[in-house]
Ligand binder design. Structure first.
Ligand code: FRU
Length: 486
C-alpha cells in the first residue's frame, strides 16, 4: 500500500497547501529569487487563479509568502512575468527602483468566450505587497480568444520593453517605452513548430553560443497545451534564431520541432528576469506536471511542484546548436556525499549500490560510450523506475511503467526517450531523484527527461544492470540531497 502523504519533494518547491501550476514572475531583486506561481489557495485542483509567492536566496531553500495577486473586477490572475523597472520608465516609483508584474487578467463572460487582457501591478517593498495599476488592463486584442502569458524583458539595442505573448497558436511581439503603452511589432509561429495544442507561456532571451558572447543567438520557448489527440499531453518546444527588437527570424534548425524536455513533466517553464550581469546565467524552472493528468496526481493536501532550477546554455553538438540544461550549481550546497568511485567495474558498483537505501539524491555516472547501462531507482517489492542509456538506439530513457501509482490516468505509464548526440567517447548521466520525481540530464545536459513518479515510500533501492560484464565506470558519484533551512 502506498501512502500518498510521502510524495512531497525534499528539494523541490511545493506549496504548503492546495494547487499550483505555472511558475510566474520569476525575477531576481536585492539578493532574492522570486517565484510567483499560478495558485488556487482554496482547493487542490485548478480553480480561480491567484499568484502565489515564494522567495529563495539559494535556489534550494524556499520561503512561502502570502498570496501576491488575487482576482478583481477584471478577472482572475493568469500567467505572466515580472521585471525590475530600474529607470522608473513606468513612473510607478519615487526614489527606489521596484518590481512590475505584467500578467493576464482572465474574465469569464456568461454564455461567451472568456476575455483575456494584460494588466500591471507594482511593488515598492520587494514583492511583499502589490498595487494594481488603476488603468488596467493595458493591452487587449479583439482577434484572439487565447491571448495570454506575457513575458517582458528590456531590450538594450532598441531601448524598449519587449513583450512576447501567446496568441492562439502563434506568439506576438509587442514593444513599449513604459510598460503601459504597447505597440505590435510582429507575429511568429505560422507554419513552423508544433501546433499540437494552444500556444502558452512563451519566453525569448539571448544566449552566447558555446560561451562566446560574439556568437549570440536568441532562444524562444513556447509551451503547447494538452490536446486529447496526443498522448504526450502538454510540452514545451524551443526555437533558435535572431531578434532585432521587432521580429524573430528562426534558424534553419528550428524548422524541425525541438523539445526542451523529453519527459512528460516539465511544462510552462520560463527564465528568471534581472539576473545580475556579473552572474550572467539564464536560469529556468518549469512546472513539474502535465495538463493531461495534473488534476489527478495522487498527492494529499497540495498538488503541484516545480522542477529544480536549471541553467540554460546554447552549445554546438554534432554541428547543431542545441539548448542545453544543467542543474543550477546552488544545488551542490545541499549535497551529502554517499558514494564516490573511480574506474570501478560493474560488479564493484553493483555491490556498493545494493547496500544503499535512498529517496532524495543525485547520481552522476560516466562510462565508455558504446555500452548500454540501466539503473533501477526507487525500487522495492512492487516498484522500480528504469533509467538508462540504450547505446544501440542511441537514446536515454525513463520507463515509469512500474514506478508506483500509475492508474490515475491511462497515459501516465510508459517509457520516454531522447536521442543522444556523441560527446567525447563517454556517456554521462546525471539523475536527480526525489519523493515523486526523476530529472535526468544526459550528456552534460544535451537531453533531459523530467518525469513524475509515485512509488511506495519504502522503495529506496538502487541497482544497475548491463549486458557488458567488462563495463567500467570511469566515475560514479552519489549524493544525498537535503537542504536545511538556515
Ligand atoms: C499554462 C496555462 C496558461 C494560463 C495558466 C492558467 O499552463 O494554461 O496559459 O495562463 O495556465 O492557470
Amino acid at each position: 500500500t502506498i501512502t500518498t502523504s510521502d510524495f512531497r519533494g525534499i528539494y523541490h518547491f511545493t506549496p504548503k497547501k492546495n494547487w499550483i501550476n505555472d511558475p510566474n514572475g520569476m525575477v531576481f531583486f536585492k539578493g532574492e529569487y522570486h517565484l510567483f506561481y499560478q495558485h488556487h489557495p482554496f482547493g487542490t485542483t485548478w480553480g480561480p487563479m491567484h499568484w502565489g509567492h515564494a522567495v529563495t536566496r539559494d535556489l534550494v531553500n524556499w520561503e512561502e509568502l502570502p498570496v501576491a495577486l488575487a482576482p478583481d473586477e477584471h478577472g482572475t490572475i493568469f500567467s505572466g512575468s515580472a521585471v525590475v523597472d530600474w529607470n522608473n520608465t513606468s513612473g510607478f516609483f519615487d526614489d527606489e527602483p521596484g518590481l512590475v508584474a505584467i500578467f493576464t487578467h482572465h474574465l469569464e463572460v456568461p454564455n461567451d468566450h472568456p476575455i483575456q487582457r494584460q494588466s500591471l501591478a507594482y511593488s515598492k517593498d520587494n514583492g511583499r505587497t502589490w498595487i494594481k495599476y488603476e488603468d488596467n488592463p493595458v493591452l487587449e486584442d479583439k482577434m484572439f480568444v487565447d491571448f495570454r502569458d506575457p513575458k517582458v524583458f528590456w531590450h538594450e539595442q532598441t531601448e524598449k520593453w519587449i513583450m512576447i505573448i501567446a496568441c492562439g497558436q502563434t506568439v506576438c511581439l509587442y514593444h513599449s517605452p513604459n510598460l503601459k503603452d504597447w505597440t505590435l511589432g510582429s507575429e511568429f509561429g505560422t507554419g513552423i513548430g508544433s501546433h499540437d495544442g494552444v500556444w502558452e507561456c512563451p519566453d525569448l532571451f539571448p544566449l552566447a553560443v558555446d560561451g562566446d558572447a560574439s556568437q549570440e543567438k536568441w532562444v524562444m520557448l513556447v509551451s503547447i497545451g494538452a490536446d486529447p489527440a496526443f498522448k504526450e499531453g502538454s510540452r514545451t518546444q524551443y526555437f533558435t534564431g535572431d531578434f532585432n527588437g521587432i521580429s524573430f527570424v528562426p534558424d534553419e534548425a528550428s524548422h524541425t520541432v525541438r523539445w526542451v524536455d523529453h519527459g512528460r513533466d516539465n511544462y510552462a517553464g520560463v527564465s528568471w528576469s534581472d539576473i545580475p550581469a556579473e552572474d550572467g546565467r539564464r536560469l529556468f524552472m518549469g512546472w513539474m506536471s502535465n495538463w493531461m493528468y495534473a488534476n489527478q496526481t495522487p498527492t494529499e493536501g497540495y498538488r503541484g511542484a516545480m522542477t529544480i532550477a536549471r541553467e540554460l546554455t546554447l552549445e554546438t553538438r554534432d554541428g547543431e546548436i542545441l539548448l542545453v540544461q544543467r542543474p543550477a550549481r546552488e544545488l551542490e550546497q545541499a549535497r551529502k556525499p554517499v558514494l564516490s568511485l573511480q574506474d570501478a567495474s560493474i560488479s564493484q558498483v553493483s555491490e556498493q549500490l545494493n547496500t544503499l537505501r535512498l529517496v532524495n539524491y543525485e547520481i552522476h555516472a560516466e562510462w565508455a560510450s558504446d555500452l548500454s547501462v540501466q539503473f533501477a531507482l526507487r525500487s522495492g517489492v512492487e516498484n522500480e523506475t528504469l533509467i538508462g542509456v540504450d547505446a544501440t538506439e542511441n537514446e536515454v530513457y525513463v520507463d515509469r511503467s512500474r514506478s508506483g501509482i500509475i492508474d490515475f490516468h491511462e497515459h501516465f505509464l510508459g517509457r520516454h526517450a531522447a536521442e543522444l548526440k556523441a560527446v567525447d567517447g563517454n556517456q554521462r548521466l546525471c539523475i536527480f531523484v526525489d519523493h515523486s520525481s526523476v530529472e535526468v540530464f544526459a550528456n552534460d545536459g544535451q537531453a533531459v527527461i523530467t518525469d513524475l513518479i509515485y512509488p511506495d515510500a519504502g522503495s529506496k533501492g538502487i541497482s544497475v544492470h548491463t549486458d557488458h560484464k567488462d563495463l567500467v565506470f570511469s566515475s560514479l558519484h552519489i549524493y544525498e540531497l537535503s537542504p536545511v533551512q538556515a
